[in-house]
Write a protein that binds this ligand. Structure first.
Ligand SMILES: *[C@@H]1O[C@H](CO)[C@@H](O)[C@H](O)[C@H]1NC(C)=O
Ligand SMILES: *[C@@H]1O[C@H](CO)[C@@H](O)[C@H](O)[C@H]1NC(C)=O
Ligand SMILES: *[C@@H]1O[C@H](CO)[C@@H](O)[C@H](O)[C@H]1NC(C)=O
Length: 225
């Protein structure tokens, strides 16, 4: 943080001395909007004027050096930052600074590494007694945060259709579906879909079986004999 304040102070004081068309300025650079984990990204930092420049790169204010998946190729007039392969840890704000004859300028651009969804919690088949509360947990992680949708197999061809709003209201934002009291009509196949628009979505079909009270009593009686 301190580094940034000092840096800004230097830039502001530099600009006091240089004005007009000859201001040392970095050409804005952006990371690709689809920077997907495992892929490569390259950005170029260069200025509109100046020569024999010294470039430096920072991630979230910390100086970046060559090594691991990071390569920095600097020339007197430009510097390339190459990250290959991208990992989740590479998400952050990247600053390039250029220094020429005591003048320093900087430019910052964000990088968000996109990550396809992965399972945090896979829902399982459930056997419940009529009247029981049940929870179907379906959790996934990724970047951006995945959305979870539940659908239910309906009709003769078993097509999955979105749950009615009465049941949807019991789906929490984290993807868990709660039914406070199940009955025979709730029995069936439910599908959970975890998707964030990056890579393939994840789906799991679970079976909810509801044993009626009558049947349950009968089971007890039978086993008592
Ligand atoms: C990047 O900077 C923006 C604006 O200051 C901030 O909201 C964001 O949290 C930063 N990102 C990271 C990964 O630090
Ligand atoms: C999902 O959120 C609900 C309500 O906040 C919470 O009770 C439940 O434990 C959460 N489920 C999981 C699996 O974390
Ligand atoms: C899951 O949801 C996504 C986004 O709505 C959709 O594109 C995808 O086809 C769904 N996948 C399945 C198997 O239902």
């Amino acid at each position: 943080m301190d580094k940034f304040i000092i840096l800004q102070a230097i830039i502001i004081s530099s600009l006091d001395f240089v004005s007009g068309d000859n201001v040392l300025q970095i050409q804005p650079f952006v990371f690709p909007s689809k920077s997907i984990i495992g892929k490569r990204v390259t950005v170029t930092c260069t200025t509109t004027v100046g020569e024999k420049m010294v470039f430096k790169w920072f991630r979230n204010g910390h100086v970046l050096t060559k090594g691991g998946n990071v390569d920095i190729r600097s020339y007197p007039d430009l510097s390339n930052l190459v990250i290959d392969p991208l990992t989740e840890e590479d998400t952050g704000n990247y600053t390039c600074t250029a220094n020429a004859r005591g003048l320093t300028t900087s430019y910052t651009s964000p990088l968000e590494v996109l990550v396809p969804p992965s399972w945090s919690q896979i829902p399982n088949d459930i056997d419940a007694l009529s009247g029981d509360p049940i929870a179907l947990n379906c959790l996934g992680s990724g970047s951006p945060k995945p959305t979870i949708t539940w659908s239910r197999s309906q009709g003769e061809n078993g097509e999955y259709i979105t749950l009615p709003s009465s049941i949807l209201s019991s789906v929490y934002p984290n993807g868990s579906m709660y039914l406070t009291s199940v009955d025979k009509e709730d029995e069936g196949m439910y599908k959970c879909n975890v998707s964030n628009g990056i890579g393939p979505s994840l789906t799991k079909i679970v079976m909810l079986r509801v044993i009626g009270m009558f049947l349950f009593m009968k089971c007890l009686t039978d086993s008592d004999i």
